[in-house]
Structure formats: structure tokens, C-alpha cells
Design a protein around this ligand. Structure first.
Ligand code: ARG
Length: 476
């Protein structure tokens, strides 16, 4: 039978309820109440969850084995209809759970009405949402891996490319560009690990908690949980139907991913500016201005930076949604979905866009980067280290270098341009090896402490990150 849902009037919603109801829902209220417009996102998980529930009912003998089979097959048919684009319930169905149950009854007759035995939409929707999020976390982890792959490739290319390192957005010490990029690989690693930890808690079954108090039927919650691949089951039925901690935790993790992407975005926006010119944007990811023909705008990182606020909003919305709710289920929970879906979709879209941006959307201007680090005082610490290595106490050396910088600035010179006489006038310990000691690449490679920017360290860090990436890529 073809879907007639869209044609049915909203007043049919009254038929969903028990005989307690006589009148129909006001059409505007039916619209207001309905979640089908967005919870259709959960349909595949609703079908899978219902199939597990039906099998469990059959296993323990609450329904017959034949009935359980009928339900499972009917639910599978709905899945096929949905995938073929032929299942499009309207708002008269209220939500995805009613839509599925109604269609199932159309397909398999009265047996369809047995599906909801020993279950409530409260434990059902909680099951669906967790199955959905568990799957989406896998997807997001894959996006993180893809992004790390691109950053690692760039790091390998740019091991020996210098870039100014900043503190307070003031030139501080030059670093390897690979080292800078690997900082993001590390952040993303924590993001991925956090998702793995959260997924463990997401993967807990509320199914069988009923509306709030459990059920009078001899159900087997462990069995349905096992069929659905849940690692645990909720120990308390009230907690099971009213816990949304997992959604908060996920949105927290999503917010942190966006924080990281947004920081990189901000850097790229700066780097692409005329003031920095560290990168140029390729045509793949930049747009022009409708009025200023000279412009090439970094829309991708700007949008990522902007969307970050949206995801923070999703997190905030979820926290506020939950905070005042008495146990157990409250209809407010219907409002958990759009923010959660938005967080999931935004994080995926941003990871994908940033991956493309870093992969083919920009080119590092290596010449410009090399001259940038050669034309500043970011090697001043190394002059102090040079003296300290020759036995001058560091604080004394530090103070002296302050004087060196002041003298150079007054003479309109960089440190590398001071003559040996000028150096030796400042301190007799200076010798002609000072020039090699303050060359940018020497300065970088000398910071060879563990986790530092020294090229040997960075090469090692790339190898470690690469091995870790391969192990994670196999596990995901
Ligand atoms: N559409 C509802 C939601 O998303 C399903 C659960 C409804 N439960 C209830 N007791 N009214 O939360």
C-alpha cells in the first residue's frame, strides 16, 4: 500500500491515543507537538531497535516466534521503503515511532500492534538516539583521521620550513612549520580519544526501562542490548529514560573539536592576509568579492570559526534543557534532537571542509616564511643561550642581550648584521661562530629537547604520530 500519511488530516492523530480521548488535537497544536520533521533522522535506528525488541519479545515468549519474525520482516520492509524514498510520514504521525508502528500495522496486520508490548516511546527514543550517536561518533572519528592524515602529509613536506612562532601574537622564536601543524594533530588526537571514551557511555541500553518504572512483562534487557551491540544496560529505569548526559558529553567534545578548528581557522585567516602573506589561497576554497575585484576571501576558515558558535549554542541549549527537569521523562526531551543533530552535522561538515582546505585550498609561501624568520629578533634568546653555554650566567646573558637588541635597533640593524667588533664590544665571549648560532635554521634545530621544535625531534614526532595514525585507522 502506498503511503497515504501526507494526505491524512492532523485530526487523525487522535486515533493514536486510547479511548480516553474523544476530541481531536487542534491542528496547530498537532503541528507544534510533532517531531517527525526532524526525528525521521532516527528512522534506521528506530527500525533496528524495534527489530531487537521484537526478537526479545519472541525469545522470552511474550509473543510467538512467528509473530516476532513477522514484525522483523515488516520492519525491514519499512527500511526498504524508506531507502527507496517511499516512506514519507506527515505530521499526523506525530513522531517517527508512531509512523513506523502505524506503517507496520498496515503491512503485517494486527501483529503490528504487538510490537509496543513492554516498551514505551521513552525508552525507545533513548535507544534510537544512542544508536544514532554511536554511529555518528564513528563517522566523526573517521573525519578526524582524514584530517590528521592531511596534516601529517603537510608536516612531512614542511619539516624544514621555518615559520615565526608567536607568544602574545609577537614574534617569539622561529619553529618548524611541521611542528606547528603537529600541534593540531595532537589536539585532534585528544578529540578522537575523547570521542572513544564518550562512545562507551553512549553505548548503554535504556531499552526495557519502559515509560519510567520498568515493565510487568518478563523481558530480557540483556538480550535486546546484546542484539543492538550495547556494551551495558542502565541499572535504573528512571535514570535510563531521563539521562541525556551522553548528549551533553558529546556536544562538549564537539565544541572542543570546533575550538581547535576555529583556532587553526583564525591562524589561516591571518596568514592569508596581506600583512602576513604566509599562505596563498587556491581557487578551490576561496571566493571573490562582488565589488572589490582584487579580493580573495578565506570563506572556509571564516565559516568554521562562525559555526563554532553554533555548536557552543547546541551544548548550552542541551544543558539548559535538562537542568530543571524532574524525573523521569518530560516532553522537553523532544527538544534534545535538533541541537544534537546540528552539532553532529556541523562538526562533520567543518572537519571535512578544513581537510579540503589544508589539502588543496592553500599553499605555504616558503620563501616568504624563510625571509620572515630571517628579518626579526626572534633569535635573541639564542644569543643569550650562546653566552650561557660559554659560562655566562643566563640572567646576566639575558640582560646583556637586551642591550644588544637595543643597540641593533638604534643602528637600524638586525643581529645577524652586527660586525664581530660590535659583538665583542658588547661581550668578549662572542666569537665568529655567533653568526651560525643565530641563523634561523640553527636556532630551530637547536631546540632539540623532547617535544621541542628541533628538526630531529620533529622528525621523531612525525614518525610517532604516523604510527599512531596507522593503528587508529585500522581500529576505526
Ligand atoms: N517524540 C518524543 C521525543 O522525541 C518521543 C517520546 C514521547 N514520549 C512521551 N511520553 N510523550 O521525545
Amino acid at each position: 500500500m502506498a503511503q497515504s500519511d501526507n494526505q491524512q488530516s492532523a485530526t487523525d492523530a487522535a486515533k493514536t491515543w486510547s479511548q480516553r480521548f474523544e476530541g481531536a488535537l487542534h491542528p496547530a497544536i498537532a503541528q507544534f507537538n510533532a517531531s517527525i520533521g526532524f526525528d525521521i533522522t532516527l528512522i534506521e535506528y528506530d527500525l533496528t531497535g524495534s527489530q531487537a525488541h521484537a526478537k526479545m519479545l519472541g525469545k522470552v515468549g511474550i509473543i510467538s516466534a512467528a509473530e516476532a519474525d513477522q514484525l522483523v520482516i515488516g520492519l525491514e520492509q519499512i527500511r526498504e521503503e524508506y531507502r527507496a524514498g517511499n516512506f514519507n510520514p506527515g505530521i499526523d504521525a506525530e513522531d517517527v515511532h508512531f509512523a513506523v508502528e502505524r506503517r507496520l500495522t498496515e503491512l503485517v496486520g494486527d501483529t503490528g500492534k504487538k510490537l509496543h508490548t513492554a516498551r514505551s516511546r521513552n525508552d525507545q527514543v533513548g535507544t534510537d538516539t544512542r544508536l544514532y550517536l554511536r554511529h555518528e561518533i564513528d563517522e566523526i572519528r573517521q573525519h578526524i583521521l582524514n584530517f590528521q592524515r592531511v596534516l601529517l602529509n603537510l608536516a612531512k613536506t614542511h619539516l624544514k620550513t621555518p615559520i615565526p612562532g608567536y607568544t602574545h601574537l609577537q614574534r617569539a622564536q622561529p619553529v618548524s612549520l611541521a611542528h606547528h601543524l603537529l600541534a593540531y594533530v595532537e589536539m585532534l588526537q585528544r578529540d578522537g580519544n575523547r570521542l572513544v571514551e564518550i562512545q562507551r557511555r553512549v553505548n548503554t541500553s535504556p531499552l526495557g526501562a519502559g515509560a519510567l518504572a520498568g515493565t510487568t512483562f518478563p523481558i530480557d534487557r540483556h538480550y535486546s542490548a546484546e542484539l543492538l551491540g550495547f556494551e551495558n544496560i542502565y541499572a535504573n529505569s528512571l535514570d535510563a529514560v531521563s539521562d541525556r548526559d551522553f548528549a551533553v558529553e558529546f556536544l562538549c567534545a564537539a565544541s572542543l573539536i570546533l575550538v581547535h578548528l576555529s583556532r587553526l581557522s583564525e591562524e589561516i585567516i591571518l596568514w592569508a592576509s596581506e600583512e602576513f602573506r604566509f599562505v596563498t589561497l587556491t581557487d578551490a576554497c576561496a571566493t571573490g568579492s562582488s565589488i572589490m575585484p582584487q579580493k580573495k576571501n578565506p570563506d572556509v576558515p571564516e565559516l568554521v570559526r562562525g559555526k563554532t558558535g553554533r555548536v557552543f549554542g547546541d551544548l548550552q541549549g542541551m544543558l539548559v534543557l535538562i537542568k530543571g527537569l524532574p524525573l523521569a521523562y518530560n516532553k522537553d526531551f523532544q527538544e534534545d534532537k535538533e541541537g544534537l543533530f546540528d552539532g553532529v552535522n556541523t562538526v562533520k561538515a567543518c572537519l571535512e571542509a578544513m581537510t579540503i582546505l589544508m589539502d588543496e585550498g592553500l599553499t605555504f609561501q616558503t620563501q616568504r616564511l624563510a625571509s620572515a624568520v630571517a628579518e626579526d629578533f626572534s633569535n635573541a634568546t639564542d644569543v643569550a643561550d650562546y653566552l650561557a653555554a660559554k659560562g655566562v650566567p643566563f640572567r646576566e646573558a639575558y640582560n646583556l642581550v637586551g642591550k644588544v637588541v637595543k643597540t641593533s635597533l638604534a643602528a637600524g640593524k638586525l643581529l645577524k648584521d652586527l660586525t664581530l667588533e660590535e659583538w665583542q664590544a658588547l661581550h668578549p665571549a662572542f666569537d665568529k661562530d655567533i653568526y651560525a648560532a643565530i641563523a634561523p635554521l640553527t636556532v630551530i634545530s637547536a631546540r632539540n629537547s623532547f617535544g621541542g621544535t628541533g628538526f630531529d625531534q620533529v622528525a621523531q614526532a612525525i614518525a610517532t604520530a604516523e604510527a599512531r595514525w596507522k593503528a587508529s585507522a585500522v581500529n576505526n
